[in-house]
Design a protein around this ligand. Sequence first.
Ligand code: PMP
Length: 411
Amino acid sequence: MISPEQIRQDFPILFQEVNDEPLVYLDNAATTQKPKQVLATMTHYYSANNANVHRGVHTLAERATHDYEAAREKVRRFLNAQETAEIIFTRGTTTSLNWVAQSYGDAFVKAGDEIVISYMEHHSNIIPWQQLAKRTGATLKYIELTEEGFLDLEHATSIISEKTKIVSVAHASNVLGVINPIQELATIVHEKGGILVVDGAQSAPHIKIDVQSLDCDFFAFSGHKMCATTGTGVLYGKRKWLEQMEPVEFGGEMIDFVGLQDSTWKELPWKFEAGTPNIAGVIALGAAIDYLESIGLAGIHQYEEELVGYVLPKLQAIEGLTIYGPKDPTQRTGVISFNLENLHPHDVATALDMEGVAVRAGHHCAQPLLKYLGVAATARASFYVYNTKADADRLVQAILATKEFFQHGTI
Ligand code: PMP
């Protein structure tokens, strides 16, 4: 059983007042807070082991290299990838997706081919494909959504054909809170000879990932959304593809031999990691994985479902509040986007902040989705494992107070 009260103790940032109210942090889809264990790992690395990796023979360099590569093994285990050669460290989901679009895209996509994404994608899973389509003369197509915001698999099946080289979708939406049926989609895509890329930015922090059973060809996620620091991310790719792909960046660390006119690359995964990497960040990502696994990903998922099951009906009961995405709490992650009738979401978020409740407002880097939903912006509360039912109550109270204030001018 998860004890959020106990877990909270690991997150020093949560114990502060904002606008004279105890902070309730509900912006976890944007970035999560960092536990003491991760902060201590960073401090320890810089206090005891800091050195550049791979090149040195001295003791600190060996320690830094050991810890950096140990983090790669932790990520492999976390994703259940077959081998560490399939785990590439990047700056985040955005970099990971860009690299697939550039490297796999340039190698395998040509004029007349098709790339398929969906209407619920984050900009970082849209623009790299638009750019690839423009570079190659391929066509970009969009999978439609059902009324409740699920991927319309029938529509997906109807547009995925032998021409489809790449399908790229979010595992979990950062706006609608839905979890997409990746395995089913992988079967549809593979039957037609294409590959499936998964944007795991909103799933890896919350649900157990098994890239082998998902059968995706690439999987991308960011460290900062799962208790690690900003500037770290992962690109998982099946070896058979990575081997055929060219690096996107060139320079130190990634080379085997450098001549005057030509050079050769190191083996996987290092051929993709040019330059000095974010060593401390990667080691901290390993610590974040240890931390999340010590709680248990299955337990985290279950607890978040419970929390959403607790708060969703209370939110649904508020008159004038529209919630986007599925009505059934068991079919959602802890991301809840909403609008209050006649109020701009920025005003709602500002009013909630006055109550100490941190939520986000805007287009959430998903402009095509918001257009599809027919709204310019939404407010978004997003929960993580350290949020409690008391936090959920504070959100509900703050929304009611905001409504009251804008209707009658009193809080
Ligand atoms: N995809 C989704 C679904 C996201 O929520 C985000 C972050 N908001 C990203 C991609 C991009 O992640 P990052 O900014 O860490 O690269």
